[in-house]
Design a protein around this ligand. Structure first.
Ligand code: HEM
Length: 445
């Protein structure tokens, strides 16, 4: 063990002690100075990075939809619901023909079996058909619109994934440099360049009292821009992009999954074809709204597809802005993010007896025996505590009726016009299509 060293002379020891004391004090002061500098640098770093962060955030693509206050938000919700209801009423009038034309372009008649990458064909179809509602007949075939409708959701997903891979503290400085984020910005600029002159022209034209306003979603947004207090063109364009983001790929993926199921359960095809033919002939040979409502077997098949093969494990998410005590006694602290267990609820026997069995006519059979409430609870568009695929509550998907109509029209047109099966007589059902895998890997034709 080493002993502590003391100088032999007391004076020297004292002197040494004093020297040590001064040294200690100097050292402490030096450390303190270093600490103060460190704190100052740290504060400056945090402040600057936060300011920079905000500046960067302002530049990053957002929907701006959350910017407003609660009053603005309520106006949005009230208005959005009216918007979709109006749109839905008009759906069958113009969409039937759009679906027919789009499918003829995408999947032309052929003499023998021909492989098609069905998701790609359907996303093109849904983009064209939805474009008829979003922008009207004249603009919906526009190349820039179609390109945006097909790719925006994928590019947004790519950008989110790329930013997530970056260390959080680097994101404020470097996220904007990521090729995926730059591509997304480019896409938004392209949408703005495309829509800005159209919006300006429509605003100009509406000064004329005899102007016949177009009847599409862009115009409905413009008509309500006063209610929304949204005057900037960029913001209206971003609202269009939001609808594209929310609508196109969800609808396409669901239609694709319905066809995946039909391809491996051909026994459903004949009864569905009979139902579709009857519904159309009962409605003067047209795919009217009433005809779509009469397709209860098809509705059931679509709903069972979603129940058995839900698009996600969980459905919508929420963040608790204040603490909530549940009836079970469980406490959810403020700031907690929660998601709803979509798949678990769909696969619970107490909600859906024999839930492990795919029964395409499950909901059709339930509806046969029941009154109005039973019908209402067992439709494709139903949103309640057992059916969460479209969300629940005041933010439940306002586009579900449009999606249902588009999917029914597409699937019924395909059933009436084509025979189809999996490529190479593959008998297993393809796994659910996931957006982001747009490339044709040749395995799902
Ligand atoms: C099968 C197709 C679709 C599925 C599965 C789907 C699903 C959803 C879900 C889960 C939500 C969140 C609901 C919540 O937070 O409670 C939502 C919201 C939304 N959906 Fe859909 N959707 C589909 C089609 C569409 C279509 C075709 C449109 C528009 C044309 C659309 C527009 C919207 C909008 C604007 C919201 C936000 C509503 C709000 O926050 O108030 N969706 N959708």
């Amino acid at each position: 063990m080493k002993s502590t060293y003391f100088p032999s002379q007391p004076q020297a020891w004292f002197h040494h002690y004093r020297t040590m004391e001064v040294q200690y004090i100097l050292e402490i002061l030096h450390n303190l100075e270093a600490a103060i500098w460190a704190v100052l640098i740290f504060i400056a770093f945090v402040l600057i990075s936060q300011a920079h962060y905000k500046a960067q955030l302002a530049k990053l693509p957002t929907f701006d939809i959350d910017e407003g206050n609660e009053k603005w938000r309520r106006t949005y919700l009230k208005s959005a619901r009216r918007l979709y209801q109006e749109g839905y009423k008009k759906v069958s009038v113009c969409l039937g023909l759009s679906v027919e034309n789009a499918l003829e372009d995408e999947i032309p008649q052929c003499e023998d079996w021909a492989p098609v990458f069905i998701y790609q064909k359907l996303v093109n179809t849904v983009a064209k058909v939805s474009g008829r509602i979003f922008l009207g007949a004249e603009l919906s075939p526009n190349k820039d619109y179609l390109d945006t409708a097909i790719n925006y959701t994928i590019e947004l997903g790519n950008a989110v994934q790329a930013v997530k891979k970056m260390k959080p503290w680097l994101r404020p400085f470097l996220a904007w440099k990521l090729p995926e984020v730059q591509q997304l910005n480019k896409r938004e600029e392209m949408a703005i360049r495309f829509l800005e002159p159209i919006i300006q022209a429509r605003r100009e034209a509406s000064k004329d009292p005899d102007y016949q306003k177009p009847d599409d979603m862009l115009q409905w947004f413009l008509n309500r821009s006063e209610d929304y207090k949204v005057h900037s063109t960029r913001r209206i364009v971003k609202m269009q992009l939001l609808v594209i983001f929310a609508g196109i790929h969800n609808t396409t993926v669901t239609a694709t999954n319905v066809l995946y199921n039909l391809a491996v359960s051909p026994e459903y095809m004949q009864p569905l074809r009979e139902e579709i033919c009857k519904a159309i002939s009962d409605n003067d040979g047209t795919l009217t709204l009433r005809a779509l409502q009469q397709m209860e077997k098809l509705d059931s098949f679509m709903k069972e597809t979603i129940r058995f093969y839900p698009p996600e494990l969980t459905s919508f998410s929420r963040q608790a802005v204040q603490g909530i005590k549940l009836s079970s006694g469980q406490y959810i602290p403020p700031g907690t993010s929660i998601e709803t267990p979509l798949q678990a609820i769909y696969q619970d026997d107490s909600n859906y007896p024999d839930s492990d069995t795919f029964d395409g006519f499950r909901f059709y059979k339930i509806r046969q025996g029941g009154g109005a409430t039973v019908h209402a609870r067992n439709q494709f568009v139903t949103s309640n505590e057992q059916n969460l695929v479209f969300g629940y509550g005041k933010h439940a998907c306002p586009g579900s009726f449009l999606a249902a109509a588009e999917i029914k029209m597409i699937v019924s047109k395909i059933l009436l016009t084509y025979d189809f099966k999996n490529a190479d007589n593959w008998t297993e059902r393809y796994p659910n299509y996931e957006v982001g895998r747009l490339e044709d890997d040749g395995t799902r034709q």
